[in-house]
Design a protein around this ligand. Sequence first.
Ligand code: C5P
Length: 403
Amino acid sequence: MTLKGKRLLLGVTGGVAAYKAAQLARLLAKEGADVRVAMTEAATRFVTPVTLQALTGQTAWTDLWDPRVPDNMGHIELSRDRDLIIVAPASADFLGKLAGGLADDLLSTLCLARRCPLLVAPAMNVEMWENPAMQRNLHTLRGDGVHFAGPAAGDQACGEVGMGRMLEPEEIVAEVEAFFQPKLLAGKHVVVTAGPTEEPIDPVRVITNASSGKMGYAVARASREAGARVTLVSGPTALATPTGVECVRVRSAEQMFEAVKKAAPGSDVFFAAAAVSDYRVKNRAEQKIKKGAAAGLSLELAENPDILAWVAGQKNAPFCVGFAAESEKLVEHARAKRAKKAVPLLAANLAQHALGADDNEITLFDERGEHALGRAPKLELARRLVAHVAGMLAGEKRARAKA
Ligand code: C5P
């Protein structure tokens, strides 16, 4: 229940993507939010108020003149007690109205009379999106402090391909959750490595580590939620790149090292969450190795560069966070690893608690000792880790100011 207690107003405007608003309303309610719905007349042509009413358990409001609105001041009352207004989908027409400050129906009036922030998820045809009038409106809305979730590029209902597709409901929920996170890393550049690496043996076989990449992706998402610019350097995973995160995809440790050498210098925080292969195959076969071709098979291995140690050893290195997945003696191994890698912070877990799972249990080790982050979903642990790092960065800043 990541949105428990949050009071939201979901505005739905007229566009084909309105059918996704029903799923969005359901997901927001499932996360514990109080979801009040207001629809434009055009939206009701695509999805009925009854559907949204059933999914949120509340009246879906459509009419500025509805006599049931408390005090007959619907345009004020319905958004007054809200923490956030979300307009999804936000049509080209509606964004134009917002930019111009128009208030000619219930939803536009609620938006104009709001006291809370406004998040819009645009949805429109690519030509509409690229139209100079639309771009001018976007510029105005950004200047007015309106928050944007998307749009994305991709297939459109009209058969065209391009920018303007509304984010999927799950992605919009992630943006809403991000909105409520404290901006502890605002203005910072964060680099994260994640996932396993693959070291080729021949064209079809690899040496790899059992790593889903979930923890590293959660750290990337939590950093972005905290307001940072995030570069994620990822080995092969089946995970979607978190919204707003720049992802560089690599396969081998050497490729990961090259990508990190480009991204990490000048960054503020480096999280090394990848399970990097310690060794690569030296005598890699150009063609697929045939079974039985040799009596026994030996692979000659060469040690891979230690990416974290390289970053931590740079002049003006970013704040480095190492990860350790141990199978036993967690405290002993974690302390030794923190010292060996010379990093200020090490996040350790037992591999058997974490591999591939959605939950994890993490203990942090820094110069003050041990800090148990507890057992929780990886995203929640990543948020706690980000908060700890932000606290340590603030402490460093204070110490520098004193010196
Ligand atoms: O030495 P070990 O692999 O146990 O250390 C784990 C930490 O070091 C992790 O943060 C991992 O991402 C990082 N690492 C790295 N490059 C390597 C090996 C590990 O960045 N070649």
